[in-house]
Ligand binder design. Structure first.
Ligand SMILES: N[C@@H](CCC(=O)N[C@@H](CS)C(=O)NCC(=O)O)C(=O)O
Length: 193
């Protein structure tokens, strides 16, 4: 089965990077197509692909278009149960699903204050109270998973949880100081494909 994946620039689009990592980290073959977000052609590129209004989008061989990073993640984890997309252990798997869902629906203050741009770093970024609350929650979530698994990634070996947290972990590392444990995670995830 060969999938087609439509994404935007991975340096500027965290959701595109997540969609890409859902395939790349687990050796799932995919044909990559790239749209240019923030360009006048973007909407027509997504619509020509058969998507909704955003990237990532995936075309399956059955002619279904997956229009959201979460549906892409769930579909691939069900279709490739042997590729290790989620932890084998039932409790760890539930925790990974929790983390993925929370990244998908939460961390709004952090998301809007720290827009994705992996091509630059900021000096003197001062987080607002709301951003700091998100950062503390993020650090608590990552820290708890890393203590339990022993690292270097959230559940030891790479899982979809890393695919979902990598973009935010890497981008906040360029803005704010974090605990040694989370900094080590950022280091580990940066070395993954
Ligand atoms: N909930 C969506 C969010 C995707 C998203 O917001 N993608 C952005 C790029 S990072 C996008 O395509 N924005 C263009 C638009 O919405 O018009 C997902 O998880 O896939």
């Amino acid at each position: 089965m060969t999938y087609r994946l439509l994404i935007g620039q991975r340096s500027y689009s965290s959701w595109s990077l997540r969609g890409y990592l859902c395939f790349a980290m687990f050796d799932i073959p995919v044909i990559l197509e790239e749209a240019v977000i923030y360009s006048p052609e973007f909407a027509s590129q997504v619509s020509a692909f058969g998507g909704g209004s955003s990237v990532p989008a995936v075309a399956t061989e059955d002619g279904v278009i997956l229009r959201d990073s979460l549906s892409i993640a769930w579909h691939l984890s069900e279709t490739f149960p042997r590729n290790g997309l989620l932890p084998q252990d039932v409790a760890a798997r539930a925790e990974a699903q929790n983390l993925i869902a929370e990244m998908h629906s939460g961390f709004g203050a952090l998301r809007s204050a720290c827009p994705m741009n992996l091509r630059t770093a900021w000096i003197g970024f001062v987080p607002s109270d709301a951003v700091m609350a998100d950062l503390l929650r993020l650090e608590a979530r990552l820290g708890a998973a890393l203590i339990k698994s022993g690292g270097p990634l959230l559940f030891g070996a790479p899982t979809l949880a890393d695919a979902f947290y990598a973009p935010v972990a890497i981008r906040i590392s360029a803005m704010v100081c974090q605990s040694v444990r989370v900094a080590a995670y950022v280091n580990a995830i940066s070395r993954c494909q």
